[in-house]
Design a protein around this ligand. Structure first.
Ligand SMILES: NC(=O)c1ccc[n+]([C@@H]2O[C@H](COP(=O)([O-])OP(=O)(O)OC[C@H]3O[C@@H](n4cnc5c(N)ncnc54)[C@H](OP(=O)(O)O)[C@@H]3O)[C@@H](O)[C@H]2O)c1
Length: 300
């Protein structure tokens, strides 16, 4: 049994809480900004109701053994507030987010040795009534090592595939390559099918090539076929598949533009690598992240 807190109970936080619940082993705390009704997660195997304590104020947080951070990447400072109480006795902090800067984001709030970066793949969304709907299987990649192994152990008995990877950097950059091209969906406001267009397909390959070049400069092992793999993946999806960047833009929510494309531009600058296509995507989408006085964020 472990005391596990989930910070940020949206789509991914909900899935993580449901997985923990199905182990039947842990004492779960849900750390949210607003009180949650009993959390229900509709999984492909059936609905799971999470029996947990709910805290809405970081000042109420006492020490736990594990913290799973599942806020959006831009909410790291808010997650950090929770860590003061939750991690005061040495909790391990698993950062379950997109991007390649898991450690950097949380390092201001907890010792780096206690941070475990995790990449998750799972089609899931949170509905307006707070119900979380998981539409497919959950897979996670976690850095190999004692903490990675303990992380995997937390979920023993639940319906998740967790892979311990020796080269987490490559795993995170490989996912970033997929996410980088996903900006095209948010830019066009169209789901996966739009990538069947020849010109947009070429654009996707070129955006991924920028990501591959920067990732390699950072030490990730990415081969030349990644772009085509990413494009094939999008073209193999149902044409109406909506990625989370597009979903956020359509809903007028803030987008994770910086963690998905901005990081390619920033680290490209560090290595003297030009990234004009990702730079363009960031500039346009960031304008969507501002409401420019219209009161409407995200929509063109
Ligand atoms: N959804 C997917 O299919 C998917 C797949 C793979 C990876 N990811 C990645 O997983 C991460 C989480 O994404 P998501 O889709 O789960 O986002 P989400 O549904 O927006 O959930 C994020 C949650 O964090 C909460 N939050 C923000 N600041 C907080 C704070 N200070 N204290 C407590 N809670 C706070 C939000 O609360 P409010 O409700 O108050 O806003 C929201 O419930 C992202 O990095 C995303 O890119 C998502």
């Amino acid at each position: 049994m472990a005391r596990v807190a989930v910070v940020g109970v949206g789509a991914i936080g909900g899935v993580l809480a449901a997985l923990l619940e199905t182990t039947g082993l842990h004492e779960i705390t849900l750390c949210t900004r607003r009180a949650v009704e009993p959390l229900t997660v509709k999984t492909p195997e059936g609905a799971v109701t999470v029996k947990a304590r709910n805290l809405t104020d970081p000042k109420q947080a006492g020490a736990v053994d594990w913290v799973l951070v599942a806020t959006k990447t831009y909410d790291a400072a808010g997650a950090g507030e929770w860590l003061r109480g939750l991690a005061k006795d040495g909790a391990v902090v698993a950062v379950v987010q997109n991007g390649v800067e898991h450690r950097e984001r949380l390092a201001p709030y907890v010792e780096e040795e206690r941070i475990v970066p995790v990449v998750i793949d799972c089609p899931v969304e949170r509905q307006a009534d707070g119900t979380v709907v998981q539409r497919g299987k959950v897979t996670m990649k976690v850095e190999e090592g004692p903490l990675g192994a303990e992380f995997k152990e937390l979920f023993r008995g639940s319906k998740v595939e967790i892979e311990l990877v020796g080269d987490f950097k490559t795993a995170a950059w490989r996912k970033l390559c997929t996410n980088a091209a996903g900006a095209i969906n948010a830019l066009t406001m169209k789901p996966a099918g739009v990538l069947h267009d020849e010109a947009l397909g070429r654009l996707a390959l070129e955006m991924v090539a920028e990501c591959v070049a920067v990732g390699r400069a950072e030490g990730a092992r990415l081969d030349d076929s990644v772009g085509q793999q990413v494009l094939d993946m999008y073209r193999g999806q149902p044409r109406d598949s909506v990625n989370s960047l597009l979903a956020d833009r359509m809903a007028g929510r803030r987008m994770e533009t910086d963690a998905r494309n901005g990081v390619i531009v920033r680290l490209g600058e560090k290595h003297g690598i030009a990234t004009p296509l990702n730079r363009m995507a960031v500039a346009v989408l960031e304008a969507g992240n501002r409401d420019e006085g219209s009161g409407v964020r995200g929509r063109p």
